[in-house]
Design a protein around this ligand. Structure first.
Ligand SMILES: NC(=O)c1ccc[n+]([C@@H]2O[C@H](COP(=O)([O-])OP(=O)(O)OC[C@H]3O[C@@H](n4cnc5c(N)ncnc54)[C@H](O)[C@@H]3O)[C@@H](O)[C@H]2O)c1
Ligand SMILES: O=C(O)C1=N[C@H](C(=O)O)CCC1
Length: 274
């Protein structure tokens, strides 16, 4: 059995345990000395509910049975790591806050109303939310802010992202983080300059707009370019993720960082001190 539970380290629940990120997170937690797995959650009716999470993943038993009961799972946890879907994440934010567990949210595609609900839960507990938990992307956010602040609107800003064929939301959470960073650097609101989904006779590009393009295909883990294009020259900042472990590593760091912090809605820049 991997990762024997240690009482001195935070107990972690992984939601969406059968998912691409869920399985990566179960592996990361069970291999870590800094935390231990107390529960694995899946949606009601999922084939893995009732099975040992280790054997369901095709490996050795881990002694943790997949459950569909978030209240019971969260009651025994110090942190909930959640990469699922918007409706689930909003419900989990309330339940994790009631359990006073740190809620690490990787889920993307959240609406403004979803984020407002998460903000309300963060009055009572620690929530760390980021569209991308990797160190590289969070550094890229800061670089994007700086480059955007240094250049004027002669440089058109375009965010181009590519992901696997199963991804359901666009632009990606990361692309939106980068677009927000570019807008902040320029001193504008992203909502006022955002241009997504060009198709047909769109008219010429509007000066000052921040454009988004989404590519979906194959097994691409996650690639992001921020392009600053002017007449005669072009700068491109790029991040390429080749392994989902980079997201899992960031999420574990956030779960541990959040222990004993004051309630609030934090992001990975807080966790990484960037
Ligand atoms: N922030 C980051 O660093 C980062 C990195 C990768 C993925 N993501 C995001 O994480 C999310 C999940 O991505 P994925 O590729 O793992 O997707 P996935 O579809 O493989 O996994 C999602 C899992 O959540 C489960 N789920 C849905 N509703 C549930 C509920 N009510 N209760 C329990 N489980 C539930 C599904 O059954 C599924 O197993 C997406 O929003 C994605 O964009 C974020
Ligand atoms: O695979 C996904 O889905 C990813 N989602 C995040 C996003 O929307 O930016 C991070 C990269 C992978």
């Amino acid at each position: 059995m991997m990762g024997t539970p240690m009482t001195g380290t935070p107990g972690i629940v992984i939601t969406g345990a059968s998912g691409r990120m869920g399985q990566m997170l179960v592996q990361a937690v069970t291999q870590s000395d800094a935390c231990h797995l107390v529960a694995a959650l899946e949606r009601e009716g999922h084939a893995w509910v009732g099975q040992d999470i280790g054997t369901a993943m095709g490996g050795a038993a881990l002694g943790v049975t997949v459950t569909d009961d978030p209240v019971a799972a969260f009651a025994k946890a110090q942190a909930v790591i959640d990469f699922t879907a918007p409706a689930a994440t909003v419900a989990f934010a309330g339940l994790a806050a009631q359990a006073r567990a740190v809620h690490v949210i990787g889920t993307t595609g959240l609406s403004d109303d979803d984020i407002a609900a998460i903000d309300r839960a963060a009055h009572h507990a620690v929530i760390v939310r980021a569209g991308n938990m990797s160190l590289g992307v969070n550094l890229l956010v800061q670089l994007t802010k700086k480059v955007a602040a240094a250049l004027d609107e002669d440089f058109d800003i375009e965010v181009i992202e590519a992901h696997h064929r199963h991804k359901v939301d666009a632009p990606s959470g990361t692309a939106l983080m980068l677009g927000e960073a570019a807008a902040t650097g320029r001193g504008v609101e992203l909502a006022d300059v955002r241009d997504s989904g060009r198709d047909g006779i769109t008219g010429a590009r509007k000066r000052g707009d921040i454009g988004f393009t989404a590519i979906r295909g194959g097994d691409i883990v996650g690639e992001h370019d921020v392009m600053f294009a002017a007449d005669g020259e072009r700068i491109t900042l790029r991040h390429v993720a080749t392994d989902r472990r980079v997201f899992a590593r960031g999420a574990l760091k956030a779960a541990i960082w959040g222990q004993d912090r004051a309630p609030g809605h934090y992001d990975m820049l807080d966790v990484l001190g960037l």
